[in-house]
Every structure is written in C-alpha cells, then in structure tokens.
Ligand binder design. Structure first.
Ligand code: C2O
Ligand code: CU
Ligand code: CU
Length: 491
C-alpha cells in the first residue's frame, strides 16, 4: 500500500483564514494512506435504535490522542440503516457531562421526534425516547447534536453520524449498494492541527464571522485513506459535517445521482461537486478501467469571506459562486480497484420519476434575510457574549415562534443574505431550489447555499406535536450558534 504524507499546516498557512495561532512550531507530519475503515453499521430496519453520546480520545492521522465525542464510540457515530415504512423506537442517552441532543437532519418526522428544538435537549445521564415514522424516499441523511450555542464545537468534536434510508425504488435500481465495498459513506470534517497533531478548534470573533475552515479535510476521521473497491462502479455518499467549510471534490469523472433528500431523476456527469455545510451528495464513479482514482478535496469558507483576511479586501471573496477561495487541494480518498471483487451493473439511465408539486405559488409566501450585525457594536456585543447573527433582524430566542405554517403546504420562500454566503437549512420540510445552477442543487433538498437572493419552493412535510417547533437556520455552525436561527410551528 502506498503511503503518502502531508505536512501539517504551519501558523502562516492558517493565518490566511484567520485561524487561531497554533501553539507549536514543530511541523508534525500527519500520516495518510491507511486502509479505509468504514464506519460501523447500525441496522434500525427492525424498528429499534440505540445511541449513546460519549466522550473519548481519538488520534487523528497518527497525531497525539485528543479528547473527542461520538455516538456509541469515541468519535462520530454509526451509520444507521433505515427503511421506508414502519416506525423506529429510538433511545438516545447522554453519557457526557454536557447537554447534547440528537437531530435527524433531513428526516421528516414530527417536531417532538426531530431533536432540533430546545425542548429535546438531553441532560447528562438522561435518555430521550423519540418515535421515528420513516416515510420518505431513499436518501443519505445524517444526525447530530443541536444544542444552541454549542453546536459547532460539539459537532467538530464528533457528535455526528450518517443515516441511509432505503426504499423499494432504491432496491429496484441496480446501484452499488454493498456497504463498505462499493457503497462508501464519508462524513467529511475539516480540522486544523497543532504541532502534536491534536485538532484545534477555538474560533475568535472573526472565526465566528467567517465560519471556521481547517487546513486538513478528513473522511470519517481518516486522512486520505485508501479503499479497495471493485473494478466497476463505486458510490460515495458525501456528507459535509464541517462547521463552516464549503468543500469542492474533484479528481475523477463521476455522476451525481442524489442530493439531500434522495435520488435525482437521472445521473448527471460532472467533474467537481461543491458541498456546503449540512448538504449531502451521492456520486458514482466508474473504475472499470482498473486504474486507481485519487479523489481530491479543497476547503474554503462557505461564507465566501476568506478573501477578507488574505489581503484581498472584503469584496474579493464575493462573486465566486458557491464560496470564497479554497485551500490547497489534498487527497480525500484513494479508490484502488481490486479485480477480485465483483462489481455491480452499469449505471441506470433513469433513477426516479420526478414530479414537481402542483400549485407552486408565484408570489413569495415568506422572506428570510440572513445578516451579521456588523460594525463596532458587534464587537462590544461579542465581548459580552451577546448573539450577533440574525434572520429578519432577530437572533434566535427559544421563547419566540417566528411563524406557523400549514402541514402539507407548498410555499415560496425568498431567502437573501447580506455580504456573505449562508447555507440555509430547514427542519421538517423539503424544498426545490427555483434556479438550480448545478446538479448538486437539483432535486428535493433541505439545505441550500444562499449567495444573494434565492427562491425555494418549500413543501412542509412534518407536523408539530406538543407545540414543539421546527428550526430553520444557517448551517455555518458558528453562525447558527451566534443566533442565525428561527423556529416555526406546523399546524
Ligand atoms: Cu443539520 Cu438544524 O441541522
Ligand atoms: Cu436539520
Ligand atoms: Cu451563515
């Protein structure tokens, strides 16, 4: 097996993105090229599911062991397999000494089971028992902690996992679906390391403003692992679990087959996918020529604000489409074909029969303006710990319900952002982007990169129970923690 090494970033490299100063000057070499280890698979198709939030120690890429958090393990959580139809009785326990929660991102379940609301916080040593009715198309979803004010550090520490929903339609398609063989789930997180190879996460005011971007991107905590795969089609389920980084993945020819909420109507060939925090995309690459493929990744601020600190001036990071300048490319994963492994059939030309909703309103139903409170006042408020990120001029307040929507309604939401980009996410609903620019923006979504103004055709999918609200927010987790979140009821 080929072993490659990457130089850990130096303080100078990090400075371009306003990273905190790294404590040690020693340039530790991070190890890469280890055999890919699939995350453990937890089968919930029998109707039961148990998760336990834990603390532990993880050594990333041969670095020093450092404190991390995970579900049913030290870092990240198992990949949960679910099936459309039926209900899962879940129990989520908190064995850490801080509050956690478990939001099923992309799963359209009643608010009481959604895990995003203040009411669903799990105190240390407590257990939460949500009932999850699974009634949506096959998709790659994820779950993560959602305690307002500490979402970014806790997801960065590892409180996140993946969900694979299957249904009859996905069964009928001959897509690569052997878990860990030709169907790989990759939870992507960026990290900056100190001189001993310990991840550092310590955003200052500018880090909150821009969203943090680390200098290394890990797949399930591994740096540039090598996966032995069949010499045929390989499917990658990519989940952006970064706090503030937009990821661009390239290096091979592939087809996008699914976005946030499931399969597209047909595969779209593409050479680069861009994924903002919270988004998922499924790609299929063809290795039938039996040569290895190195998928590459680069990370840049999803806010598009990287240029501000690198001497280019504030406007520099704008107008760059889905984000600002990206870091140097690195290998994300090496796919090494093994002729001994059987491969699946050719990629189907049609995946799903997509039917757009009827009665799409032409008029805007609601508007959402995402903005940072700029200027010297913001610095003062930050010093006193006040929230500074807003939607329609207001920071998150768990006691305020921003609106009530009707179950099953189709609405047109206009979402705008001032000065920077924001990945906008909504719970309990799915939407179509009215003006998709790239395959990653097609199909039903739950998270969309907003640069300027965009219209979303939103279908309210789930209901509120016990007056517990659903959240909508920016998925730059530093922005969310700083107040860029609101909540709504579905009646
Ligand atoms: Cu991925 Cu409100 O969350
Ligand atoms: Cu969510
Ligand atoms: Cu934002």
């Amino acid at each position: 097996m080929k072993r490659r090494t990457f130089l850990a970033a130096t303080a100078a490299g990090g400075a371009a993105l306003a990273m905190p100063a790294l404590k040690s000057q020693s340039q530790m070499r991070l190890e890469s090229g280890q055999a890919f280890e699939p995350l453990s698979l937890l089968d919930a198709t029998g109707g039961e599911l148990q998760l336990e939030a834990q603390t532990g120690q993880t050594a990333f890429a041969g670095g020093a062991p450092s404190p991390t958090k995970g579900f049913n393990g030290a870092y990240l959580g198992p990949v949960i397999r679910m099936r459309r139809g039926g209900t899962i009785a879940a129990r989520v326990s908190n064995r850490t000494s801080d509050p956690v929660s478990c939001h099923w991102h992309g799963l359209n379940v009643p608010s009481k089971a959604d895990g995003g609301a203040h009411q669903s916080i799990i105190a240390p040593d407590a257990t939460w028992f949500p009932e999850l009715p699974i009634d949506q198309p096959a998709a790659t979803l994820w779950y993560h902690t959602h305690v307002h004010g500490r979402v970014a550090p806790d997801i960065h520490a590892g409180l996140a996992g993946a969900i694979i929903v299957e249904d009859e339609q996905s069964d009928a398609l001959d897509l690569p679906s052997r878990y860990g063989v030709d169907d790989l789930t990759l939870i992507l997180q960026d990290k900056s390391f100190d001189g001993d190879g310990r991840p550092v996460y310590d955003p200052d005011m500018m880090g909150v403003m821009h969203g943090m971007v680390g200098d290394t991107v890990l797949a399930n905590g591994q740096l540039a692992p090598e996966a032995r795969v069949p010499a045929g089609l390989v499917r990658l389920r990519l989940i952006n679990a970064c706090t503030g980084a937009l990821l661009r993945i390239s290096g091979a020819e592939f087809a996008v087959i699914a976005t946030d909420q499931g399969l597209l109507s047909k595969p779209h060939s593409i050479r680069e996918v861009a994924i903002s925090p919270g988004e998922r995309v499924e790609i299929v690459t063809d290795l039938s020529d039996a040569t290895a493929a190195d998928l590459k990744v680069s990370a840049g601020p999803a806010s598009g604000m990287g240029g501000m600190m690198s001497g280019g001036g504030m406007m520099d990071g704008m107008g760059m489409g889905r984000g600002g300048r990206n870091s140097r490319q690195q290998t994300l994963i090496r796919l090494a074909p093994d002729l001994g492994l059987a491969s699946s059939g050719p990629l189907p030309g049609t995946l799903t029969a997509f039917e757009p909703p009827e009665n799409i309103p032409n008029e805007t139903s609601r508007t959402f303006h995402l903005a940072a409170q700029m200027g010297p006042g913001m610095m003062v408020r930050r010093l006193f710990g006040a929230q500074t990120m807003t939607i329609n001029g207001e920071s998150f307040n768990p006691d305020r319900i921003d609106f009530t929507a009707k179950a099953g309604a189709i609405e047109r939401w206009r979402v705008t952002g001032a000065m920077m980009g924001h990945p906008f996410h909504v719970h309990g609903a799915k939407f179509l982007i009215a003006d998709p620019q790239r395959p990653e923006e097609m199909g039903w979504k739950d998270t969309a990169m907003i640069n300027g103004a965009r219209d979303l055709i939103v279908k309210i999918e789930a209901r509120s129970e016990d007056q517990i609200p659903f959240m909508y927010h920016c998925h730059i987790l530093e922005h969310e923690d700083a107040g860029m979140m609101g909540q709504f009821l579905v009646a």
